[in-house]
Ligand binder design. Structure first.
Ligand SMILES: CC(C)(COP(=O)(O)OP(=O)(O)OC[C@H]1O[C@@H](n2cnc3c(N)ncnc32)[C@H](O)[C@@H]1OP(=O)(O)O)[C@@H](O)C(=O)NCCC(=O)NCCS
Length: 186
């Protein structure tokens, strides 16, 4: 039985090195910077471009969204914006959602923030919301993200062939998921 009130309430999720907080327009500068980081754009396959006003409007609307949860990943020590993590695409009938995460650039990659943020969101998804499945997609060349997802218990399900065309080269997309019955952090 899903607890959609928990999803709508979207509590802060405290960790050791990170604190997940409701994403909103107060994070505009950090999100704007992330959107212009070339590595983050490549790893997330972001072709679209946005105006600062569009991004601000999107962020301002996040707190009112009840069928998804958008967190700012912030550094626990000083509140610095590190990136964002999102539970989205609610399929209530099948007790399923998808996860996406993007930290803001190479200066914050590889320090354990992504792993901790993903684990906090999975605990929330399974223990508080009561989901059965959390899925995601990750590009074949993004081996760091795949490693993080595997560390958190995601299982590889297959590939979407040539799903991404980036700078003239096609790449496969790997589909992964974790179920409530899987070992969470193997
Ligand atoms: C993917 C992402 C969220 C991971 O978070 P992170 O904080 O950088 O990762 P962590 O430091 O928690 O963990 C990285 C792990 O991958 C390993 N790793 C680092 N580079 C690697 C590489 N090129 N290939 C394989 N593994 C790699 C690290 O050794 C570590 O594993 P370990 O703990 O077993 O040693 C973050 O790098 C990011 O936002 N990247 C850009 C956007 C993106 O890729 N989003 C995901 C789209 S699906």
């Amino acid at each position: 039985m899903l607890n959609l009130d928990a999803l709508a309430a979207q509590p802060e999720l405290p960790g050791d090195a990170v604190m997940l907080r409701q994403l909103d327009a107060s994070y505009l500068d950090g999100v704007w910077q992330s959107l212009h980081d070339p590595e983050t754009a490549r790893y997330t396959g972001t072709h679209a471009t946005f105006t600062r006003e569009q991004v601000e409007r999107f962020l301002a609307a996040r707190p009112a969204a009840t069928d998804r949860a958008d967190w700012a990943v912030t550094r626990a020590a000083d509140g610095a914006f590190l990136g964002e993590v999102v539970l989205q695409e609610l399929d209530a009938s099948n007790e399923s959602m998808s996860l996406r995460i993007a930290l803001g650039g190479p200066h914050v990659f590889g320090r354990g923030y992504g792993t901790e943020a993903t684990r906090l969101v999975l605990d929330f998804a399974f223990e508080s919301v009561g989901l059965h499945r959390v899925g995601l997609e990750v590009f074949d060349f993004n081996t760091r993200a795949q490693r993080v997802y595997e560390k958190c218990g995601f299982v590889r399900e297959g590939v979407l062939r040539d799903a991404l065309l980036w700078n003239g080269t096609r790449h496969d997309t790997v589909v992964m998921s974790i179920l409530s019955t899987d070992c969470r952090f193997p």
